[in-house]
Ligand binder design. Structure first.
Ligand code: GN1
Ligand code: MG
Length: 385
C-alpha cells in the first residue's frame, strides 16, 4: 500500500495482508461448488463496496446468458463468515414469505448444501442471482429514488419484526455504537502510529466537539427508551436495487450486517448517503451539502412503511440520526487514515482523509439545517401520507 509497516503495531490486521486480499483475481474454480446450471463464461469486478470483493459472473445457459453475483466475504472484517451466512439465510427465507412487492436476494446453495464455499486460500465465497434490469446509485439523482429506497428499507424493518428464532448473530459487535467508535478514534489519535495526527488537528477537534450527540443515543439505549430491533445497519442508497425503467425499489441487498440495532442507524445512514449532494469521497467540499428536498422525500417514504411500528421515542430519535451516523462514519474514516488505512479499501494515498472531510462537511450542512430537518419529520409524522 502507501505505507511501510516499520514494525509498528497495526490494529485489526496488517496492510500487507489487506493488500493481498484486496487485489485478488476471481478464483474461477469456486463456481463449481455452487448449484448453477450452465457453463461459466466470465467474471468481472462489480459495485463499489469498501469491504467485500464482488464479481458479476456470466454463465452460458440453454436459453441465454444468466448472471450471478459472487462475493468474497472479507473475513478480517466479518470474522464469523458462517454466522453471516446463517443470518442471511434466515433473513432471506423470512422475507420471501412476505411477498409485499419487493424481491428478496436469492442465495444459491452449494453441492455440500451450504450457503458458502471456501477457496484454496481459505476465503469464504457466496453466490446469488443477479437482479437484472436494476441500478443502484450512490446518492439520489431524483426525489423518487430517495422515496422508493426509504420505503423499501422501512418495509424491510417491518417485515423482519416477526423473524422467528433466536436473535441474529452480531456479525460485527457494537457496529453502530457511536460513542465506542469515538473512543476508538480517541485511541488512534493518542497512539498516532503513523504520525498523521498533526496534519488533521482541525478535523480531530471538530469530531471531539460533537461527542454529546453519541452520548445522547447511548443514554437512550441504556435506559431502554430506544429499543433494539432487527435492522439492516448498512442502508446506503446503493444497497437498494432500483428498476431501471420505473425507478421503483426492487430489492434490498448487502445483508451482512442485518442484526439487532436501532432504527435510527438505518434512517440516519440512508439520509447520510442519499441526501448527500456529492460522492462520499468528494474532494471539492463546496460540492458537498445536505439536500433537504431529498431528505423530505426519504422521510415520506420511510414513514409510509415504518410509522405503523415506530415508538414515540424512535420517532424522536430520527432528526438527530443523520448527524449521528455521519459523525460516526467520519470518525471511522479518520481513524482508518490515522491508523494507516487498514480497514476500508483505498484507491489513493489520502482517500480515507478525503472521505472523512467530505462527511464532516456534510455533517456541518446537516447541523445548519437541523430546524428544517425537524420540521420535515414533524410534517410527515402528523400527516404521514
Ligand atoms: C462499508 O463496503 P460497504 O460499502 O458495503 C462499511 C459501512 C460504511 C460504508 C461507507 C462492514 O460498507 O459501515 O458505512 O462502507 N461496512 C462495514 O461507504 O464496515
Ligand atoms: Mg456493506
Amino acid at each position: 500500500m502507501y505505507q511501510s509497516l516499520n514494525n509498528r503495531v497495526i490494529p485489526i490486521f496488517s496492510t500487507i495482508l489487506k493488500e493481498t486480499l484486496f487485489d485478488m483475481d476471481f478464483p474461477t474454480e469456486i463456481v463449481d461448488s455452487f448449484r448453477i446450471d450452465g457453463r461459466f463464461l466470465e467474471a468481472k469486478r462489480w459495485g463499489s463496496g469498501n469491504v467485500n470483493d464482488t464479481f458479476l459472473a456470466t454463465f452460458a445457459d440453454l436459453e441465454q446468458g444468466k448472471r450471478y453475483i459472487f462475493q468474497r466475504i472479507n473475513h478480517l472484517v466479518f470474522n464469523d463468515p458462517k454466522g453471516v451466512m446463517a443470518n442471511m439465510h434466515r433473513v432471506t427465507d423470512h422475507l420471501a414469505t412476505k411477498r409485499q412487492g419487493y424481491r428478496t436476494l436469492c442465495l444459491i446453495d452449494t453441492f455440500n448444501d451450504e450457503w458458502f464455499a471456501c477457496d484454496e486460500n481459505g476465503n469464504y465465497w457466496r453466490a446469488y442471482e443477479f437482479v437484472e434490469g436494476t441500478k443502484s446509485p450512490e446518492f439520489a439523482q431524483d426525489l423518487t429514488q430517495a422515496y422508493e429506497a426509504a420505503k423499501a428499507f422501512g418495509a424491510f424493518q417491518r417485515d423482519l419484526i416477526d423473524l422467528p428464532g433466536p436473535p441474529l448473530v452480531e456479525t460485527i459487535p457494537e457496529f453502530h455504537h457511536t460513542r465506542k467508535r469515538l473512543d476508538r478514534f480517541e485511541q488512534a489519535v493518542a497512539d498516532n502510529s503513523f504520525g498523521r495526527v498533526e496534519g488533521v488537528a482541525k478535523e480531530v477537534a471538530f469530531i471531539q466537539r460533537r461527542r454529546g450527540l453519541a452520548e445522547w443515543f447511548e443514554s437512550k439505549e441504556l435506559s431502554g427508551e430506544l429499543i433494539r430491533r432487527v435492522v439492516h445497519n448498512d442502508t446506503k442508497l446503493n444497497n437498494v436495487m432500483l428498476d431501471c425503467d420505473s425507478g421503483k425499489a426492487v430489492c434490498v441487498i448487502d445483508l451482512d450486517t442485518v442484526m439487532p440495532g436501532l432504527v435510527a442507524a438505518d434512517f440516519g445512514d440512508l439520509a447520510r448517503s442519499a441526501a448527500a449532494s456529492a460522492l462520499e469521497d468528494e474532494k471539492n467540499l463546496d460540492k458537498m451539502f445536505f439536500r433537504l428536498d431529498v431528505f423530505e422525500a426519504l422521510t415520506k417514504g420511510y414513514l409510509e412503511t415504518a410509522s405503523s411500528f415506530l415508538t414515540p421515542l424512535e420517532l424522536e430519535s430520527l432528526p438527530l440520526a443523520p448527524q449521528a451516523l455521519t459523525l460516526e462514519l467520519a470518525a471511522r474514516f479518520l481513524t482508518d487514515y490515522i491508523e494507516g488505512d487498514v480497514y476500508f479499501k483505498t484507491e489513493r494515498p489520502e482517500h480515507n482523509l478525503d472521505r472523512a472531510r467530505a462527511q464532516l462537511k456534510l455533517l456541518l450542512s446537516m447541523e445548519e439545517q437541523e430546524k428544517e430537518v425537524r420540521e420535515v419529520i414533524d410534517r410527515h409524522t402528523t400527516n404521514p401520507v
